[in-house]
Design a binder for this molecule. Sequence first.
Ligand code: PNW
Length: 491
Amino acid sequence: CNASIVRHQRRFPDDFLFGTATASYQIEGAWNEDGKGENIWDYMVHNTPEVIRDLSNGDIAADSYHNYKRDVEMMRELGLDAYRFSISWARILPTGMANEVNPAGIAFYNNYINEMLKYNITPMATLYHWDLPQKLQDLGGFANPLFSDWFEDYARVVFENFGDRVKLFITFNEPREICYQGYGGDLKAPILNSTAMGTYLCAKHLVIAHAKAYHLYNKEFKPTQGGQCGITISVNWFGPATDSAEDQFAAEIKRQGEWGIYAHPIFSSEGGFPKEFSERVAEKSAQQGYRRSRLPEFTEEEKELVRGASDFFGVNHYTARLISATLYKEAAPVPSQVDDMDVGQYAPDDWATSASAWLALAPNSIFNALNHLKEKYNNPIFYVTENGWSTYYETGLEDDGRVTYYRASMESLLNCLDDGINLKGYMAWSLMDNFEWMQGYVERFGLYQVDFSDPARTRTPRKSAFVYKHIIKHRAVDYEYEPETMVMTID
Ligand code: PNW
């Protein structure tokens, strides 16, 4: 009877890339070893340790700098097709500028990549997952219009050194979290809390930096290396709380403000920032006495540079909210991006909750998000580059909530494939427990548990690791499956 269940299951194509994702600062540790420079997370956790919930930091983290072979062994245990990791800018360029390349940093990523390739695991490399060299932050970081040149120089070093073997590059991970949480707010380094304009200056310079790196790859590296270069944007689903025209418009403003300001310049046919949101910021800016909109404009030349500059759309998707024009508004500073959007949001009570305040299990939300993007941006190639569920540090290995979440995600992915969405792969966040930014080690996202009190940072598979392995192997979800033992092997 198992066989008949399997026969009626919907399946993932054989060439669909199943993987897991991590990020350099969250796993590597070795924060000052072998010539690595200081980055904005090193600086923040050492100078203002109280901003981290458990007063911890990523100095050692999962110590992947020394444990990379074990990491690749875990990828083999899971049977992964691909692995998404990020490169630490300051590990390979300690000053941030390309004047000085750190050979030990290059060697580390070469070893990591080569170990994956030895076992046919496709590397997907993110150039920037939030760890800006501190020396560039001292000069304004993403708020400096020259940022795009510094990023282009760094990207060249990455493509030159790794592009012969890495065929999937992602420039930036999650512009919203970089710009809104780091510059407009105080939820991520560099905790600028520059509410009026921080988000928007960063947004403009970030998409231009992305485009310059993309064109560099396209012109100088793609012809010989033959890979693809894209960007990853966090796209949670924001649907209207009711069918009223006001709520529908509020949901559209929310989508434009949260991720449209990054996606529209790159993926829309007209380019530039999204229209309705731009009008709203211009209006509010005028009312507030500004002589120009706090949202900067693109020149025509910049618009052209950015428009169409991506081979694929990487989507980090975790959850959803219902959006209202009038209800559930949170207090926000004026002026700020939250005040500019000026909408309310909530998660219904019947959505399961995780260890993270922002993360609830929303029904079919990967499909809702990708279907919207497909219609809006003419069905580009998509990768889901992150998706995952948090449990508390005490939860241990029996992570049934995570199992439920991943199975629901698989159904939503299959709905995408049935619908003709051009979706090529899925990376689960995360391979293992890691430094969860402001939450330190309190919230855990790993398929593998990491013992952070053990100097060896021993990794142990959770139930969800066995379930994900079973899904990858069979290219389908079997709801009856339970691991017989918690002993993991390489098939
Ligand atoms: C991602 N949201 O951030 C990051 O890319 C990871 O580094 C991080 O560890 C992971 O999610 C889990 O937090 C997000 O509000 C931050 O929906 C916020 C949201 C989504 C993703």
